[in-house]
Design a protein around this ligand. Structure first.
Ligand SMILES: Cc1cc2nc3c(=O)[nH]c(=O)nc-3n(C[C@H](O)[C@H](O)[C@H](O)COP(=O)(O)OP(=O)(O)OC[C@H]3O[C@@H](n4cnc5c(N)ncnc54)[C@H](O)[C@@H]3O)c2cc1C
Length: 457
């Protein structure tokens, strides 16, 4: 039995910075990783997808070059092998950097292998037994494969395996019209694939407001992406040209034949093979580790951070989990999950920046609301860039004057949303932002104007 002061399972977004803080505090730390250092974000999530999206953006702009007065000579084509190589290199660089920094970290011992609990303070990694009074679970999640008809009979892609393609699919059918599916849909369409999105709900990204969802649908349809919503009873079957996806929609062909099918129907936590029952750690019905406001599990001395605790499916939420745990354990602070104001982006082009409640959620709370909206086509910077799709919307509590949430769907929306996020974090009324003097010409510049033009909603 090898004894440590702390064991971290997973080298994703919370594990490595936590290893650095714990060792700096003088603890002997074991960090166990079973696959790729850097986890989902670095290897199969944010980094490769945003790198591919950047290539897709260039392809898209190149096709629009003439609109900007730029004349390109010769044939423009997408060299998918090189596009992939660029994404692979970005991911590999980050992965290697993380691995190197962990292996050279004084006080940290890296174990490669699958960790499984034997007891609340004991983990098995292959032949080794490791023990510590503090164990941090940062095991992340993986693509969920739904038990839909025929799924076991066809080759399908997930967000991980699609990254291995070095040729553009002829016709990519994407099952799932939410965040991951939409990013791949637009990217692959811009690379030249025919793309069909199959979504079982009546609209795309159904957690977002209807106006946001409809605007994104329009953007995608305008680029030639086919959308089959309200698809009930989705099933897969082998076909001589690839995979037949039966959609049984209200209208349109009942079956779509794609050369490839991507399953983008959500994620599941990597907790089913951790031996959590041997430690007595509780999970919810979906397998997420149950944690309190400080990320402690139901067993003293064990914490769960990142996607596996079900309180955020993002890199920044996993990192914030690390910050909460480190501050409470090492700095004598009392930070908690409930302080976190949710923010995220959908990296379609234009992107959607989101913070706080949707209008739908705010209405459900029964508050008196003030709502401000502005089309991107009425924002100078968007007009100058020739990127006028989308709109911004801010939702305010009319009584407290606090901003409840916002959506900025438009060029630079992923950045501009931070002005609103910061005001919400400051806990002040919207008046502070309304009186700010932003820089011209920017997208952020019109947030104060939108606030000044709000109406009762
Ligand atoms: C296609 C896609 C795009 C995304 N884009 C974004 C984005 O733009 N922005 C954003 O914020 N988020 C994005 N995400 C989400 C983001 O990648 C994850 O939320 C984030 O990586 C979660 O971090 P984590 O530390 O919880 O887990 P992970 O990063 O998944 O790390 C968990 C690690 O634990 C290891 N592990 C698991 N089980 C064991 C075990 N038993 N023993 C040892 N090791 C184990 C795994 O191998 C993995 O390395 C995206 C996700 C996907 C799928």
């Amino acid at each position: 039995m090898k004894k440590f002061d702390a064991i971290i399972i997973g080298a994703g977004q919370a594990g490595p910075p936590l290893a650095r803080r714990l060792t700096a505090a003088g603890m002997r730390v074991a960090l166990v990783e079973r696959h790729l250092f850097g986890g989902t974000c670095v290897n199969t999530g944010c980094m490769p997808t945003k790198t591919l999206i950047a290539s897709a953006y260039v392809a898209h702009l190149t096709a629009r070059a003439i609109e900007y007065g730029i004349v390109l000579g010769g044939t423009i084509r997408v060299d998918m092998a090189n596009v992939k190589a660029r994404a692979d290199a970005v991911a590999a660089n980050a992965r290697n950097g993380i691995e190197k920094s962990l292996r050279s970290l004084t006080g940290c011992t890296v174990f490669e292998g699958h960790a499984r609990f034997e007891a609340p303070d004991v983990l098995r990694v292959g032949e080794e037994l490791l023990s510590a009074p503090r164990i941090f679970i940062n095991v992340g999640g993986r693509a969920a494969v739904p038990s839909m008809r025929g799924v076991e009979t066809v080759p399908y892609l997930t967000n991980s395996t699609i990254l291995a393609l070095d040729r553009v699919p002829e016709h990519l059918v994407i099952v799932g019209g939410s965040y991951v599916g939409l990013e791949f849909a637009q990217m692959q369409r811009r690379f030249g694939a025919s793309v069909t999105i199959v979504e079982k709900e009546a609209r795309l990204i159904p957690h977002e407001d209807e106006d946001v969802s409809a605007a994104i649908r329009d953007i995608l349809v305008r680029e030639g992406i086919a959308i089959r919503s309200s698809a009930s009873c989705i099933g897969l079957a082998a076909h001589e040209r690839g995979v037949a996806v039966s959609v049984d929609c209200v209208d349109g062909e009942p079956t779509i034949v794609g050369s490839h099918v991507l399953l983008a129907v959500g994620r599941r936590p990597n907790t089913d093979d951790l031996g959590l029952d041997r430690a007595g750690v509780s999970t919810d019905t979906l397998g997420y580790v149950v944690v309190d406001d400080h990320l402690a599990t139901t067993v003293s001395g064990i914490w769960a951070l990142g996607e596996c605790n079900g309180h955020g499916a993002f890199t920044h939420t996993a990192y914030n989990d690390f910050e909460i745990v480190a501050a409470n354990l090492l700095d004598g602070k009392s930070r908690s999950l409930s302080e976190r104001i949710p923010g995220y982006a959908l990296y379609t082009d234009p992107p959607l920046g989101r913070v706080g409640m949707t209008e739908m959620q705010a209405r459900a709370g029964g508050r008196r609301l003030l709502i401000g909206t502005r089309l991107m086509s009425r924002i100078a910077r968007a007009i100058e860039k020739g990127e006028t799709q989308g709109f911004m919307k801010v939702v305010v509590d009319a009584d407290t004057r606090k901003i409840l949430g916002a959506a900025i769907l438009g060029t630079g929306g992923d950045e501009a949303i931070h002005g609103v996020l910061d005001i919400m974090n400051a806990g002040v009324s919207y008046d502070v932002l309304e009186r700010a003097v932003p820089i011209h010409p920017t997208i952020s510049e019109l947030v104060p104007t939108t606030l000044s033009e709000m109406r009762p909603g």
